[in-house]
Design a protein around this ligand. Structure first.
Ligand code: C2E
Ligand code: MG
Ligand code: MG
Ligand code: MG
Length: 279
């Protein structure tokens, strides 16, 4: 079949591959420099209690402040960072920034009003042999550790549960909380879910978007809420954009919500202003 496409098509394909490889290389060397110079911003998106819409936690979301290309979103650099292993030093920079920010908020707001911070951790980071040690070093203060949630995706929970499971247990022993991100899109078995020290499930945004749609997701969300609550987990609905979605999510018994309806990801200072207004 490949032959019938002809020589021209074949050359074009090669050229395309070549360009993509070149682009990858360019991004990689750019990213290497960015990690050395710490060109990253960390934004914080509120996670609110659905009872009173108070901010109980925030999710830290990385941005790359590229000197020529401006502010880049994770989709443009996290995949390359994961493929090249640069996610390891990048993740450390993000965590350092979070720990410093927690200190600022503690001084500014007082310890009782400091929200917990959720940080995304990819499988590449979790598998790295020094990951637990580097987290331990950065969050030596137990007050800091107990304010951190690690968000891992469902696929991390499933695959290689033995290796990564040990790291996760160690992190929970340090006082960190474990959240499963994008829940419902992977294939975690009930057995693994229940064996892991997970405190929270975040229902994937696609299920919130699907509410009231042609293939309505109401019953899927209801089932996830029942499962999580039966396992003593809290449920977060992510990607809430409309009042209708909020009403539906509340009726389904979710505990917490995150989405543009409440707030976009904000710089640390703006988030603090918002917390100040919340008295
Ligand atoms: P995620 O962990 O599932 O984060 C939620 C994403 O949904 C964020 O995208 C957030 O800005 C977006 N979002 C929140 N509310 C809404 C909403 O109402 N509507 C819509 N359409 N989107 C909403 P973002 O910031 O682009 O991050 C994308 C992904 O990149 C994250 O998905 C996470 O997997 C990854 N990521 C971000 N920062 C880091 C990091 O520091 N380390 C690692 N390993 N991954 C990161
Ligand atoms: Mg997340
Ligand atoms: Mg998510
Ligand atoms: Mg996601």
């Amino acid at each position: 079949r490949a032959k019938s496409l002809g020589r021209g098509r074949h050359a074009l394909f090669d050229e395309d591959m070549h360009l993509r490889a070149l682009n990858r290389l360019a991004v990689e060397s750019d990213l290497r420099r960015a990690v050395e110079r710490d060109e990253f911003e960390v934004l914080f998106q509120p996670i609110v209690s659905l009872d009173d819409q108070r901010v109980v936690a925030v999710e830290a979301l990385a941005r790359w402040l590229h000197p020529e290309r401006g502010l880049l979103s994770p989709a443009e650099f996290i995949p390359v960072a994961e493929e090249t292993g640069l996610i390891v030093p990048l993740g450390r920079l993000v965590l350092q920034r979070i720990v410093a920010t927690l200190g600022d908020w503690r001084r500014e707001l007082g310890p009782e009003r400091v929200p917990r911070v959720s940080v995304n951790v990819s499988r590449v980071q979790l598998r790295h042999p020094d990951f637990v040690a580097s987290v331990r070093e950065l969050v030596a203060d137990p007050q800091v550790a107990s304010h951190l949630n690690l968000e891992i995706t469902e696929s991390v929970v499933v695959q290689d549960a033995a290796t990564e499971g040990r790291a996760l247990d160690d992190l929970v022993d340090l006082g960190l909380h474990l959240h499963v991100d994008d829940f419902g899109t992977g294939y975690s078995s009930l057995a693994t879910l229940h064996e892991m020290p997970i405190s929270t499930l975040k229902i994937d945004r696609s299920f919130i978007t699907g509410l009231g749609g042609r293939r309505d997701t109401t019953e899927v969300i209801r089932a996830i809420v029942a499962l999580g609550h039966n396992l003593d987990m809290e449920i977060v609905a992510e990607g809430i954009e409309t009042e209708e979605q909020l009403a539906a999510i509340q009726a389904l018994g979710c505990d917490l919500g995150q989405g543009y309806l409440f707030a976009r990801p904000l710089p640390a200072g703006h988030l603090m202003d918002r917390l100040h207004q919340e008295v």
